[in-house]
Design a protein around this ligand. Structure first.
Ligand code: UDP
Length: 444
């Protein structure tokens, strides 16, 4: 049988990278007859590589990031996304040529981050199946299929109006809609245009692969997406042991958590992209200090300067602030009782899998959808009062979830979600079958 050559196309930014490499590692182990050519940029490949113990049927290739020589990126975080997308299919093609020249194998399939839609054109040219990997909050996929209705509703309704027309997601509100979706005319960028085309593009995929648990998504949502896509497959998002870096707990978070009591600690982290406004960070510090709860806060080094004078010293007996925490392990630790989060897709997966209730402060993109699902669909957390971190709002939420009888329902729901995840990852569950289906698609 001909050896298969799968081209993997990354959206070479932030937390889209690890889950894609994770999927590829699992596929490479399950399909040793396939070669995987992972195409990123020099910068993104450097984040993933070198990594010891990767299966040797995965090779990395670098293409242009689209940043013109000598150009200095401005403040806008989406500038680099637009520059990369602007390089279009020609740039991807160059990476594929490198991979084909080195492996001497023709391409038999393309797996791409769903955001790199130009890879569909390449798949058409090569006449090979195109598989799209969906990394945002799973339910946010639905929004791209109801764009006109959403835009119409958002233009004519109050922020708390529910989006009744979204199958299985009738609790979503106007205020939860990713703002990019409403960018039309001059405000539209290549990035937003690309995202807003997904409802038309994704049905052309041989399969859309979700980095999530089907059992946690509303059945009507899943059914609706299945009716619109050729195939919808759920793969377990847990990281392969080959992914974890050996030195990820240099701040000593886990040994510190060992000394705290069960479900007592508030863990705070807003991911790798968001920089919350200074007044909100100060409010977090004040709430943590006044609450008296033990806390672990992962706060970027560059933001530490905004902490109130003397905060670290005054709270040092029961608090710890680090610039990086091994978050998945932190959330899995028995001492953690609540997670104050921006609702990034990876953070949500990690919290749900460990049954940790969340206090949500969504900022942009799919985070609002995540927050709504957490509060109103799973009922395993709450959105911070006014959607802004204030001292009194956070104190109220922390007390509710960590202490009060009223918060018991949320705590119990979180544990129930963990149990659902544990069942979903069993070898006889649907996810294992979906993974096998994916392996069959790429190896046939
Ligand atoms: N993360 C971590 N330690 C930190 C901060 C972040 O391990 O101190 C990880 C976190 O576990 C998650 C990822 O970084 O896997 C952040 O991804 P997410 O989708 O939650 O948010 P984003 O960074 O994309 O906004």
């Amino acid at each position: 049988m001909e050896n298969k050559h799968v081209i993997v196309i990354a959206f070479p930014f932030g937390s889209h990278l690890m889950p894609l490499l994770n999927l590829v590692i699992k596929l490479a182990q399950a399909a040793p007859n396939c070669s995987f050519s992972f195409i990123g940029t020099q910068k993104s490949n450097a984040i993933l590589f070198p990594r010891p113990h990767l299966p040797n049927n995965i090779k990395f290739y670098a293409i242009s990031d689209g940043i013109p020589e000598g150009h200095v990126l401005g403040e806008n975080p989406t500038e680099k996304l637009n520059l990369f997308l602007q390089t279009g299919p020609e740039n991807l093609q160059k990476g594929i040529e490198l991979a084909v020249a080195e492996t001497k194998q023709r391409v038999t399939c393309i797996i791409a981050d769903a955001f790199v839609t130009s890879s569909l054109l390449v798949a058409h040219t090569l006449n090979v199946p195109w598989i799209a990997f969906w990394l945002p909050i799973s339910c946010s996929l639905s929004f791209y299929f109801y764009l006109d209705l959403i835009r119409h509703t958002c233009a004519n309704s109050a922020a708390n109006t529910t989006l009744e027309f979204l199958p299985g997601l009738s609790k979503m509100r106007v205020e939860d809609v990713p703002r990019d979706m409403l960018d039309v005319g001059e405000k539209e960028t290549l990035f937003t245009r690309t995202l807003n085309s997904l409802g038309e593009v994704l049905p052309q995929a041989k399969a859309v692969v979700m980095n999530f648990f089907e059992e946690l998504d509303p059945p009507l949502f899943v059914q609706d997406m299945r009716s619109k896509l050729q195939a919808l497959l759920y793969v377990v998002p847990f990281p392969s042991p080959l992914l974890s870096p050996p030195d990820s707990d240099s701040g000593g978070c886990l040994s510190w958590l060992d000394k705290q009591s069960s479900k007592s600690v508030a863990y705070v982290c807003f991911g790798t992209v968001v920089a919350p406004p200074v007044h909100e960070l100060v409010a977090v510090a004040e709430a943590l200090e006044e609450s008296g709860f033990p806390f672990l806060w992962s706060l970027k080094e560059a933001l530490m300067g905004v902490l109130p004078n003397g905060f670290l010293e005054r709270t040092s007996k029961r608090g710890k602030v680090v610039s990086w925490a091994p978050q998945a392990q932190v959330l899995a630790h028995d001492s953690v009782g609540v997670f104050v989060t921006h609702c990034g897709a990876n953070s949500v997966i990690e919290s749900v899998s460990s049954g940790v209730p969340m206090i949500c402060r969504p900022f942009f993109g799919d985070q609002g959808v995540g927050a709504r699902v957490i509060e109103d669909v799973w009922e395993m957390g709450l959105v911070i009062e006014g959607k802004v971190l204030t001292k009194s709002g956070l104190l109220k939420s922390l007390n509710l979830i960590l202490v009060q009888e009223e918060g018991k329902k949320i705590r119990d729901k979180a544990l129930k979600m963990k149990k659902t995840v544990q069942d979903a990852v069993r070898p006889e569950a649907q996810a294992a079958q979906d993974f096998n289906t994916l392996v069959k698609i790429i190896s046939n």
